[in-house]
Design a protein around this ligand. Structure first.
Ligand code: AMP
Length: 544
């Protein structure tokens, strides 16, 4: 027997409409790319989103069309999120830190029709435009006064196209499983892969992260997402904030400790979210200046493991609750959060710190299993490790237009392979111990070991190359390149680095190069990275 409850679709347009109706005077504050602070309200943001939605339609954007952004966290980016998804088009947030080959691939693979970009990224787009034949319109996210001289074909001014429309649009209704946004992950090898979110997955994820067992977002919060809106939708915060009517504070391009602290104080921020590298910068700034974090109630750390000392510094020194979380682009992204249970609260500070340093308990909606090499589930004893697989309504069921990547990413029961090696303890908390994917995460962004190795292998004096990630106090991990020279050759570190200079992005260059007579190989001839990591575990990078 079917129940008798209304089958109303969960839609992103309804989210912003709710925020405008019930939290219409709640503020959204931005440090703009142009410089000054800009403030307005949910009511104004929603009205402008409707105008922008009409402008998008006028540019030919329809249901399912992809609209790309190259933008910082700011109020215009926020409007684009809702305007584009709200009319059933797909908001494709492009990571501006990717290098040219990846940018070319992503925009063409997504078949983006329109690209909206911040002033900062005009030079990147100008370089790439000739290689993006499908992009019909470029919209620069600024006003007439700040419009640059540009070679971008037919560049439009954001404020002009918004002002050119009346706000008489009603957010349309459609199937909640319609695609809403798209984010590529360039984590593992091969081409970047697209996670295509739906309206339903986005709203379910928002409900989940607003809950008190997660980040507990509410209308009493002022939230500053440091995590970029081009990286998994700023961990879903723009949607969760609209759902709960929280004040939003967007930092724009300035993410250093001093700039963040200034906004925290001026805008009475209660919650902020970012990767460890960002928090390290803030903590160093506090240390140097003796400033405090008055008013900030909690910070969320994710994207890489939160060091125990960082959690301790926030909680013990500054009285700020530190919530450590784990997730992935493919998971919208939140999977687990390391909050203690009631029974843990009596424990010593040290024991509590150990719990908070784990990757955490899954939210309801995320199923996890850890399997051994034989495919059998590992016991939840905190020590038995294996590959972590997940499933749930905000986890990808495949990659966008990529059968090959999709085929490799799921087991026969349809669980998604995370590429993380982990254990689950008796209380259900997950701990990441290693990664089976061959990548390095530096400051929250991926470096593909294989891309660097392939580039190095092009050097005329190099026979074989391997790249591993080594711990780094600021960036979490940095690449170390280990090379075997061709017989009779003696390549220098400088010549190798210079050779790589125009082949990979600057920030992806290895921090050091070590020359060895041979690399360890497995039975199938593959370099044994686990063995290399063990061999170099005490190696200190010169930058560390
Ligand atoms: P991304 O898709 O770029 O968000 O990266 C997801 C990956 O980042 C995960 O599969 C992990 O390898 C890593 N990661 C994310 N959060 C954490 C964490 N809290 N601790 C350790 N690794 C993490």
């Amino acid at each position: 027997m079917r129940g008798l409850m209304m089958d109303r679709p969960l839609l992103i347009g309804a989210l912003i409409q709710y925020a405008a109706e019930y939290h219409g005077d709640t503020e959204i504050v931005t440090r703009t790319t142009e410089g000054p602070i800009y403030r307005y309200t949910y009511a104004e943001a929603e009205r402008r989103a409707r105008q922008l939605a009409k402008a998008m339609k006028r540019l030919g954007v329809g249901l399912g069309d992809r609209v790309a952004t190259l933008a910082w966290n700011n109020h215009r980016h926020f409007e684009i999120y809702f305007a584009v998804s709200g009319i059933g088009a797909v908001c494709h947030t492009v990571n501006p830190r990717l290098f040219a080959d990846q940018l070319r691939y992503i925009v063409n693979h997504a078949e983006d029709k329109v690209l909206l970009l911040d002033l900062t990224f005009v030079p990147i787009a100008e370089k790439m435009a000739g290689e993006w034949p499908g992009v019909r319109h470029y919209v620069i996210m600024t006003d007439r006064e700040h419009m640059p001289q540009t070679s971008l074909p037919g560049a439009l001014c954001y404020e002009e196209i918004v002002a050119g429309e009346t706000p008489d649009l009603v957010w349309p209704e459609f199937d909640e499983n319609t695609a809403s946004s798209l984010c590529y992950t360039s984590g593992t090898t091969g081409n970047p892969k697209g996670a295509l979110y739906t309206h339903r997955s986005t709203l379910l994820h928002s409900f989940a992260i607003c809950s008190a067992n997660a980040v507990g977002v509410s209308m009493r919060d002022a939230i500053l997402p440091v995590v970029p809106m081009f990286h998994v939708n700023a961990w879903g915060i723009p949607y969760a904030a609209a759902m709960s009517g929280a004040k939003l504070v967007f930092p724009g391009p300035k993410l250093d400790g001093a700039s963040l602290h200034e906004l925290f104080t001026a805008e009475k921020v209660t919650l902020s979210l970012g990767v460890p590298t960002v928090w390290l910068g803030l903590l160093q700034y506090l240390e140097q200046t003796g400033k405090r974090l008055d008013g900030v109630k909690r910070v969320t750390v994710g994207g890489s493991a939160a060091p125990r000392a960082m959690i301790a510094a926030f909680e013990e020194k500054y009285g700020v609750q530190c919530i450590h979380g784990w997730g992935m682009t493919e998971m919208s992204p939140v999977g687990t959060l390391a909050l203690p249970k009631l029974k843990h609260l009596e424990r010593s500070t040290d024991e509590l710190l150990a719990i908070k340093s784990k990757q955490g308990l899954p939210l309801f909606g995320v199923d996890m299993k850890v399997v051994g090499a034989d495919g059998a589930a590992r016991p939840h004893d905190g020590a038995s490790t294996g590959e972590l697989l997940v499933r749930g309504p905000w986890i990808v069921s495949g990659y966008f237009n990529d059968d090959q990547a999709t085929a490799a990413a799921f087991d026969e029961e349809g669980w998604f392979r995370t590429g993380d090696v982990s254990a689950i303890d008796g209380d259900g908390y997950m701990i990441i111990v290693d990664r089976s994917k061959d990548v390095i995460k530096s400051g929250g962004e991926w470096i593909s070991s294989i891309d660097v190795e392939n580039a190095a292998m092009g050097h005329p004096d190099i026979a074989e190359a391997a790249v591993i990630g080594l711990p780094h106090p600021k960036w979490d991990e940095r690449p170390l390149l280990i090379v075997v020279p061709k017989p009779g050759c003696q390549p220098s570190k400088d010549s190798i680095t210079a050779f790589l200079g125009d082949k990979i992005a600057r920030w992806q260059l290895p921090d050091d190069v070590v020359i060895v007579p041979e690399l360890p190989h497995g039975a199938t001839g593959k370099v044994l990275k686990t063995q290399l990591r063990e061999q170099f575990k005490d190696y200190r990078l010169p930058t560390a």
